[in-house]
Unconditional design. Structure first.
Length: 246
């Protein structure tokens, strides 16, 4: 079988596989910051509000604290995610430039390296050499293949800093809003805010489980337990500090 026949067969198999077998997007750059933002918003703002409430402060103080925590946390999350993803993307682009330079300066060496890689995976030496030669004819295709094989990345599917920042900002703000919402609607009891936040934590955990194929009840209970523990500890600390400082 010739190299072209092998590549055609692989392409046909790929199309058939794509039509009958799909995967969730795991490299889009939105899931991690969105999930982390929602969980962080719920837990941190709930803990902040319960800590302040433990000090026996006024309802107005609790509301201002919750809204301030929402705004500060959302902007902090967005800035941190943008900087983190942008730095990672810049590093990847720098490595791609290095690989592009090597492909231009030493094409035969890079081609031999690719052939050796295929050979190490069980392809016959002559066939590996022919495949590497054909794949190396297009510089951009060669760069993509070397990036996948050597760096483990897809140059055409890098995460977006803007998407990460917007996802984390929106999800954090939404999560942080839940503990404040009962107060904004006129409630004065802390337990309503805690209850809504814990329900939100359980819901977030259950939703994440649908994406990651984990058990929904386990994931939900795990998040509820973590958030409840954080709220309980900070409430106790707030009550302690309120007594000592009062």
């Amino acid at each position: 079988m010739s190299v072209m026949e092998i590549m055609d067969a692989a392409a046909t198999t790929h199309v058939a596989h794509r039509d009958n077998h799909t995967h969730r997007d795991v490299n889009g750059g939105w899931l991690r910051p969105a999930v982390f933002g929602a969980m962080d918003g719920l837990v941190s703002n709930l803990a902040l509000m319960t800590g302040v409430a433990g000090g026996a402060v006024s309802q107005q103080t609790i509301i201002i604290t919750g809204l301030a925590g929402l705004a500060a946390g959302a902007f902090s999350m967005a800035a941190g995610e943008y900087t983190s993803v942008a730095s990672q993307r810049e590093l990847v682009m720098a490595e791609l430039d290095v690989e592009r330079t090597q492909l231009s300066a030493h094409p035969k060496d890079e081609q031999a390296e690719l052939a050796a890689l295929y050979e190490s995976r069980g392809v016959e030496p002559e066939l590996a050499r022919q495949v590497a030669e054909q794949l190396s004819r297009d510089p951009e295709q060669a760069l993509e293949i070397h990036a996948r094989e050597e760096l483990g990345i897809d140059p055409s599917d890098l995460p977006s800093p803007a998407v990460a920042a917007i996802s984390s900002f929106g999800s954090f703000a939404l999560g942080a809003l839940l503990p404040v919402l009962p107060y904004l609607l006129g409630a004065s009891a802390l337990w309503l805010a805690v209850l809504l936040a814990l329900v939100g934590l359980f819901g977030c955990g259950a939703v994440v489980a649908r994406v990651t194929a984990r058990s929904w009840w386990f994931s939900g209970l795990r998040q509820l337990a973590l958030g409840g523990a954080a709220a309980g500890v900070t409430y106790g600390l707030g009550a302690l500090f309120g007594t000592v400082l009062g």
